[in-house]
Design a protein around this ligand. Structure first.
Ligand code: ATP
Ligand code: MG
Length: 376
């Protein structure tokens, strides 16, 4: 098996006057684990169906390794799809379900036996070969569907929320397995999900979509650490995000250090960015909750660019490996700043911070970032 490069250029698709896809371009590299991530209704399935050949764009092109595939029917496209619902044949055993695509092609019995066992092993279903789908768990059914989709050795595997019917723990395990399967078969995977943690944990790259548009394409690290718009910052992970205005901007090491006015914090904040912004620009200031320190005493750091605000703990939420705090600022804004504090070793944790305690929240200029003041 080998993957292909999937090149989608300027694809649009409307249903009536509703634009499900609006000028979408993505290039997915050969062998990449690529995710399409976005909220319900943003156009992920529509794009996947167009790549698979179950739907057609009104305009734009789709190529596999520079070859136009739009005229080809689904079964001539070197791609195969795993759907959210398993779509298995209920009257056939696991073996026969996986063998089905080979039987269609009249492959000889010996080869079928060899290949089915190979793929049964790949998805770890050795002990369940003669079961019918009704005797399998959800996770096992989805493994059958994955094996069946791979047995014809496609160059691209399209996966449309394949794990969404499973419970959280199983989803996590199957996701890791899927990643290992991807490593073994080496073909291009295009994985559709609305779950940002799924996308962040397995993808080589992610395209974040909203309202029929691709907003940002990047590695999980880039998408999380340097979101380009307010929507991406808020959709990926949790964040504190406030409108701001640039007050000053000066070169700072390899970047720029800016002072910004943040009405929601009733104050000014220092923030660094690799891009200079003109004074007066309206943007969003963002800082992730895990980057914010919370302490009972004012932080002792002498870092000049430390941002510190005093407040009162409004709502401590214990959640096992971490605590979440909502700190109400001790100024006219009364804004809540979200802080996540990881629980480490007992001695390092310091005194407990409790409800109604007066605390300081702080972060350095490089922990925050600026994003475009746009919802899309
Ligand atoms: N055949 C159709 N006729 C009319 N509208 C459609 C059709 N297919 C999709 N749509 C609309 O296009 C938009 C995008 O749908 P799509 O299924 O691609 O979303 P999605 O991102 O996969 O969402 P979800 O996460 O809920 O699966 C939706 O608003 C949907 O209602
Ligand atoms: Mg969908």
């Amino acid at each position: 098996m080998k993957g292909v490069e999937v090149n989608v250029q300027r694809v649009s698709r409307s249903y009536g006057d509703f634009k499900a896809l609006d000028d979408v371009s993505v290039t997915i590299k050969k062998g990449e684990f690529f995710s399409l991530l976005g909220p319900s209704g943003c156009g992920k399935t529509t794009l996947l169906r167009i790549i698979a050949g179950f739907d057609f764009p009104d305009s734009g092109s789709v190529e596999f390794d520079s070859k136009n595939i739009l005229p080809l029917p689904p079964d001539k496209r070197q791609s195969n799809t795993v759907f959210q619902t398993y779509a298995l044949f209920p009257h056939l055993t696991v073996y026969e379900n996986i063998a089905f695509p080979l039987r269609l092609r009249h492959v000889d019995k010996e080869t079928i036996d060899k290949k089915v066992l190979e793929y049964v092993r790949l998805v770890q279903l050795e002990d369940h070969i003669y079961k019918k789908p009704s005797m399998l768990s959800g996770g096992q059914k989805q493994r059958v569907a994955i094996a069946r989709a791979l047995i014809n050795e496609p160059s691209v595997l399209l996966l449309d929320e394949p794990l969404s019917a499973l419970d959280a723990k199983l989803r996590q395990n199957l996701l890791i397995e899927l990643d290992q399967i991807h490593d073994k078969v080496g073909i291009t995977f295009i994985y559709v999900t609305h779950d940002q943690s799924e996308a962040l944990s397995v993808s080589d790259r992610i395209a974040v979509m909203n309202k029929g548009k691709v907003l940002q394409i990047g590695t999980p690290y880039e998408i999380y650490e340097a979101p380009s718009t307010r929507f991406v910052a808020q959709f990926i992970g949790e964040t504190n995000s406030f409108p701001c205005t640039i007050l000053s901007c000066e070169p700072y090491e390899e970047e720029y250090l800016m002072r910004v006015q943040v009405p929601a914090l009733n104050g000014e904040v220092s923030v660094t960015d690799y891009k200079a912004q003109p004074v007066g620009t309206q943007m969003d200031f963002t800082v992730r909750p895990e980057k914010v320190r919370i302490s009972s005493n004012p932080p002792r750091s002498t870092v000049k660019e430390l941002n510190t605000f005093k407040g009162i703990v409004e709502e401590p939420v214990y959640s096992g490996f971490q605590s979440k705090f909502y700190v109400k600022l001790d100024n006219e804004s009364s804004t809540l700043v979200k802080v996540f504090k990881q629980h480490t070793a007992f001695l390092e944790d310091g005194p407990d911070i409790e409800w109604k305690d007066t605390v300081y929240v702080s972060w350095t200029a490089s922990d925050g970032y600026l994003v475009k003041d746009t919802a899309r």
